[in-house]
Design a protein around this ligand. Sequence first.
Ligand code: IMP
Ligand code: MG
Length: 222
Amino acid sequence: MTLGRTDRTRAVAQGIFGEESVERGVRLLQEDLLGLQSLEAMSPQAASEAGFRIVVTRDRLEQRVAELGACISKDYDGKPLVLVGILRGAFVFMADLCRHISIPVEFDFMGVSSYGAATKSSGVVRITKDLDLDISGKDVVLVEDIISSGLTISYLKRVLEARRPASLEVCALLVKETQRVEEIAPRYFGFEIPDVFVVGYGLDLGQRYRNLPYIAALQERR
Ligand code: IMP
Ligand code: MG
């Protein structure tokens, strides 16, 4: 399904602002009142002056990702570890995380896309790229950018469990403080964040802003 430009703006607005404020959201996005056009080029200072709240700074990301890597290295010492990154959001996190892993490790990726509005998970997940590795008998860590409702990760866990890995754990950079539809407790996570829509460090809004080196929340300019 490909959405037209107007439909996409609407879907994004609905995801960020909710159904009840969708018209206002569309206007804010169309007129770029959120300043999104220039966000990619923004330093953290410029971003916060423009009304973006930095939720996790670059320094805190670096520090926490290093801790997670050290933890995984210790827990999986002597085991056949496979890191499975969930595309596309996890690619930045996975790239940094793996450079703090000091034990032998194999890599693979799964591509998923969820149907429905651009910023809210519908829970219906389509696998766009499956694993190339055989994970049976191996210790697998699923690397995900963010857990919100929990639907995406619990679906993927079910799919991968069926392939009989020796173990299967989740490492999520972010966990939203929100009502989970599927209860999911990741063995490893970086930060718990409020239930706001965030971009950066792999996370996108309409495929943009993944390259920001920090996590920023979109908020309306006062
Ligand atoms: P869940 O299925 O509701 O847990 O949502 C997980 C997926 O939704 C993630 O893999 C992200 O792709 C996307 N997502 C959820 N919240 C955000 C956000 O705040 N920013 C960007 N993507 C998000
Ligand atoms: Mg994702």
